[in-house]
Design a protein around this ligand. Structure first.
Ligand SMILES: Cc1cc2nc3c(=O)[nH]c(=O)nc-3n(C[C@H](O)[C@H](O)[C@H](O)COP(=O)(O)OP(=O)(O)OC[C@H]3O[C@@H](n4cnc5c(N)ncnc54)[C@H](O)[C@@H]3O)c2cc1C
Length: 452
């Protein structure tokens, strides 16, 4: 690749804060709220025009679709997302679980409200481009926005970008799932004009289950999941392929739906899952957006022809951005493993729990048993860079543990832990890698988080 030399320049400092959280998805939102509630001045920055990350920017309603009668929950800010959304008319009972599905558009306002109430300083439309690192300690970040190139200085930084952008650019060791073996990417979409009663009657008649997932995706379960209801759609796409409505070589169409409203809107149409794209390559992201939109329209045509209730359906929205399920993760002070998730791991430095819920890489395990694992603080702590923590799907761990930690509720657990830990480490005047974890645990308990 050719290179050019850039001129050395002096960058204005736009803002100074105690805890800077980069990325406002479920991980970053929880981190900023937790830091603020722990007494720190916190600032939450996102490159797009709303907080919520995949929930609001991709359009994923299904925050806690795993929850069943015996599921043990972490408590804390993830549950608060669901409760506040319900109170604000931004959630309705989920079709497949004991949870509420979000209205991903209105959740933007829920997030704004939580941020304002907690006294977090919000910054939208602000892309973080480079960390500022001195003597192995992060001091802040450089941003680009309509205001120009500006620095933000901070006592502690939480990287909740999903892709570990800050940690990677700061020099912390990371690893990346190759596109050939990674989870697929999705252009999420929604439809209007759906005849809700007719559609739901058909769903009740055909009674799809998680066991049916194997018809489209290669999925291993524990067996106990197979007979449970799943809002899964496959038949219209098989028929469309047989009739040439969808080209036979496109195998990436099929999947699940989230909610159908009384106004005839079907949301979280998770029906295009495409493999082989590198989510850290801008050209691949571009290709995937364009191909995903093309395939979404093919899926809608198939629904209109072959799915009762969708005869008059039309495209309502595409997600504002492509959905990435996996990319870069930090190498942490502890690497969470699939055995930890499946073996109910317990850790001295626990900063939260998550039920035994795995979804991805060909595995689906639902937490119907009451089993859960603890998340160690060390999985949030990168190597080699001090005063930086990560939250959300880029926390340290192997492929199988990622199928648990990537879920929105688990991102809220690691986010709340990172935000509280950043505030405590600042208060104690001790770096994030050597902070007093017992005091972080005290703060998290005070915030209503279940640790053991
Ligand atoms: C299509 C799809 C369907 C899914 N379905 C479900 C589901 O049903 N249930 C579930 O629990 N999970 C689901 N997931 C997984 C889950 O939504 C994500 O793993 C989770 O949202 C990750 O949270 P996060 O906070 O780590 O990152 P994200 O939600 O990705 O948020 C990251 C935020 O950082 C911002 N950002 C990134 N880089 C920068 C930068 N350089 N500067 C400033 N801002 C930046 C982004 O704009 C974004 O707001 C799904 C994921 C996808 C893609």
């Amino acid at each position: 690749m050719r290179h050019i030399e850039e001129a050395v320049r002096s960058t204005p400092v736009m803002h100074e804060t105690d805890v800077l959280v980069v990325g406002g998805g479920p991980g970053g939102l929880a981190a900023a709220l937790a830091a603020s509630r722990a007494g720190a001045r916190s600032t939450l920055v996102d490159r797009y025009g709303c907080f919520g990350g995949v929930i609001t920017q991709v359009g994923v309603d299904t925050l806690a679709w795993y929850r069943h009668e015996k599921t043990v929950e972490a408590g804390g800010i993830g549950l608060e997302f669901e409760r506040r959304a319900t109170e604000m008319g931004a959630a309705t009972p989920d079709v497949q679980s004991d949870s509420h599905a979000l209205d991903s558009e209105l959740f933007k306002v829920v997030a704004d409200t939580l941020v304002r109430e907690a006294g977090v300083t919000p910054l939208l439309h602000c892309l973080v481009t480079e960390p500022i690192v001195e003597d192995g300690r992060i001091r802040g970040v450089v941003t680009e926005s309509k205001s120009g190139r500006r620095a933000i200085l901070a006592g502690r930084v939480v990287d909740a970008t999903g892709d570990a952008d800050v940690a990677f650019r700061a020099g912390a060791p990371c690893h990346t799932e190759p596109p050939s073996s990674g989870m697929g990417v999705t252009v999420m979409f929604s439809c209007s004009g759906v005849d809700k009663a007719r559609f739901l009657d058909h769903v009740a008649e055909s009674a799809p289950t998680y066991g049916d997932w194997g018809r489209c995706w290669s999925v291993r379960t524990d067996g106990k999941e197979d007979g449970l209801f799943s809002p899964y759609l496959q038949e219209p796409f098989d028929r469309a392929r047989a009739d040439g409505v969808i080209p036979a070589d496109i195998r990436s169409i099929g999947g699940t739906w989230g909610r159908v409203t009384d106004a005839g809107e079907a949301t979280t149409l998770n029906l295009v899952v495409m493999s082989g794209y590198d989510c850290l390559d801008v050209r691949d992201l571009t290709e995937a957006e364009i191909e995903g939109r093309r395939q979404a329209l093919l899926a809608i045509e198939a629904l209109r022809r072959y799915m009762p209730g969708f005869e008059d359906a039309r495209l309502r929205t595409f997600g504002a951005t492509l959905g990435t399920r996996d990319s870069r993760k930090i190498v942490g002070r502890y690497e969470l493993t699939g055995d930890d998730v499946r073996g109910e791991a317990r850790f001295e430095d626990t900063v939260g729990i998550f039920p035994e819920f795995l979804d991805g890489y060909g595995i689906l395990v639902l937490p119907t048993t009451g089993r859960y694992f603890q998340i160690p603080y060390r999985a949030l702590v990168p190597r080699e860079v001090e005063n930086l923590l990560v939250a959300g799907r880029c926390v340290a761990g192997d492929r199988i543990s990622h199928t648990a930690t990537r879920n929105q509720m688990c991102c809220a657990v690691t986010g709340q832990a990172a935000g509280a830990a950043a505030a405590v480490s600042l208060r104690l005047g001790r770096g994030t890698s050597e902070t007093d974890v017992a005091q972080v645990q005290d703060e998290l308990r005070r915030q209503g988080v279940r640790l053991d």
